[in-house]
Design a protein around this ligand. Structure first.
Ligand code: KG4
Ligand code: ZN
Length: 352
């Protein structure tokens, strides 16, 4: 079964065709990062307009590149029409949320229209849940019960899955998501959006024990909080440059030297990642999962992977970075397993 996935809930316009939930036939991601970088974060109105411009070319490229070899082998190249490609698609899946409303609207209207025009079933997919399914696109298939750490720019969650349809949220962030904390610390350090990869790069030449940043203690043991950590970084930076606590955060970076930037990056990253892995370790001993997976943009962080490997041992296979950050292959894969279980088939007129 070939499913076309469509994703547009934040700043990536993406489309992908996945066969039987596991085989990537095409994966097109049009990133808006360069457009938003100069504003220091995603501007929802600009994101919606960019999705509008990109979505049909991105979808067409995904559908055509998935089947070019098969279609060209059968037909005379000059007589090819888009119908030849679309007849290979069995269903269309789309992110219905959570996300920026303009972007979600753009993707879902496109998917609904295409489902009607080409007469295909439509499957509505939850974006956060879909991140977990990037782990079905790698060689080793995850097994249930499965423990998932989902860490992105919008979410920090731990969930336990007994099956594709039976899953339970153990805990989540009470304030900022961990990716958001990476982005905000990066901004204070003068790095451009999205800051996670830059902080992680700077951390490589820093001392993770230079500053002691707090790890929030929560009454619900699987919940997270990152806003205190972010404030602690700000206070440390203000002190480091010899200013008072009302000194504006956006003026700090120009007063820092490279070593200070690296040391703060490394010490912040250590506190943030230990917070995640501490909880993952407790959950792993409570639930004894057969598989542990990490998902979402922050899962691309190599120090997080090393820390999990050191503390939890065993064999964990990680998805490549381009499947951890937003993409549509994870949407198509999630849709395959959900629809197989009879879930989330949507009406193309109402998406309900
Ligand atoms: O999953 P994603 O692409 O979008 C959301 O659904 O939010 O995640 C983006 C987030 C951003 O906050 C970005 O800074 C973070 O993932 N990120 C990283 C790394 N790569 C991306 N954070 C830490 N280390 C990385 N290597
Ligand atoms: Zn995401």
């Amino acid at each position: 079964m070939n499913i076309l996935g469509i994703e547009s809930s934040c700043d990536e316009t993406a489309a992908s065709v996945v066969k039987d939930g596991r085989q990537l036939l095409s994966n097109v991601v049009e990133s808006q990062i360069d457009i938003h970088a100069k504003y220091g974060g995603v501007v929802p109105e600009i994101a919606s307009r960019s999705h509008l411009e990109a979505i049909l070319p991105v979808v067409n490229q995904a559908v055509e590149s998935a089947f070019t070899d098969a279609v060209v082998a059968k037909s005379d190249l000059s007589a090819l029409s888009s119908r030849d490609y679309w007849q290979n698609i069995d269903a269309i899946a789309v992110t219905y949320g959570p996300g920026l409303s303009g972007g979600v609207l753009m993707g879902s209207l496109t998917a609904r229209t295409l489902a009607r025009v080409h007469n295909k079933p439509l499957i509505a997919v939850n974006h956060v849940l879909a991140h977990v399914y990037a782990n079905w696109l790698i060689e080793t298939e995850p097994e249930f019960p499965l423990l998932a750490l989902i860490v992105s720019g919008g979410h920090s969650q731990i969930a336990v899955f007994e099956s594709h349809t039976d899953y339970r949220l153990l805990g989540q962030t009470r304030d900022d998501a961990v990716g958001e904390a990476f982005d905000k610390v990066a901004k204070m350090l003068g790095m451009s959006y999205p800051g996670g990869p830059s902080v992680s790069r700077a951390a490589e030449s820093g001392n993770p024990n230079k500053y002691r940043f707090p790890k929030a203690k929560m009454s619900d043991r699987y919940d997270f909080s990152f806003s205190g950590l972010k404030t602690a970084v700000l206070r440390t930076l203000q002190t480091e440059v010899g200013k008072s606590y009302d000194f504006p955060s956006f003026q700090i970076a120009e007063l820092l030297n490279n070593q200070q930037i690296s040391d703060v990056s490394a010490s912040f990253q250590k506190a943030a990642l230990e917070t995640l892995v501490d909880k993952l370790e407790i959950a792993a001993s409570e639930f004894q999962p057969k598989s542990i997976v990490i998902a979402g943009g922050v899962a691309a962080n190599s120090s997080l992977r090393n820390m999990i490997h050191e503390r939890l041992g065993g064999h964990i296979e990680y998805a490549p970075a381009n499947l951890c950050t937003d993409n549509a292959a994870m949407i198509a894969t999630a849709a395959f397993y959900q629809s197989k279980a009879g879930q989330n088939l949507a009406d193309s007129l109402t998406l309900k």
